[in-house]
Design a protein around this ligand. Sequence first.
Ligand code: VGL
Ligand code: ZN
Length: 197
Amino acid sequence: MHALIVIDLQNDFCPGGALAVTDGDQIVPGVNARMAEAEAVILTQDWHPADHSSFASQHAGRAPMQMVDMPYGPQVLWPDHCVQGSHGAAFHAGLNTEHADLIIRKGFRRQIDSYSAFFENDQKTPTGLEGYLRTRGLTELEFVGLATDFCVAWSAIDAAKLGFKVRVLTSLCRGIDLNGSMAKAAEQMRGAGVELA
Ligand code: VGL
Ligand code: ZN
């Protein structure tokens, strides 16, 4: 059985949002079409408390897109985005969310970010998604969404490491591209055995 996993197709990652990905909204019609064909549909939702530690606003003298060292490793500081319950955290209004079997939220703990849908950024705290997929017998995963070089890539790489068969539909993804992160993400995904289609 295969599942379509739609990563973070939320207002803040679309044009006009707090952490806008160029043309992020343009994938919505294609994602809806793909959802209609999938055997299972899972959406992820970036979901941060207002004082989340990945926000540059929480670090005196720091600006968005700078790096900091967190106890779990290096972390990009982001503009405030996807604050729990805000309009920015809501799914893009054009997304057919009624097709979703499961919506999994991530990044909800102040002290740690979570790019991947499987593990938080310490790369060991599970979100629970692996168990859900395994108990439903969903072994083949197709990823679409935002942003290619962060949440999509980290999710796809973790899925491949966990032994799922993984494909990323790059035409239904858009990226941030911070300091060459798009090229690096593509290389790391390929290296992990992810198919880029
Ligand atoms: C994301 C940065 C911060 C993403 C989420 O969805 O790719 N990127 N939070
Ligand atoms: Zn985030």
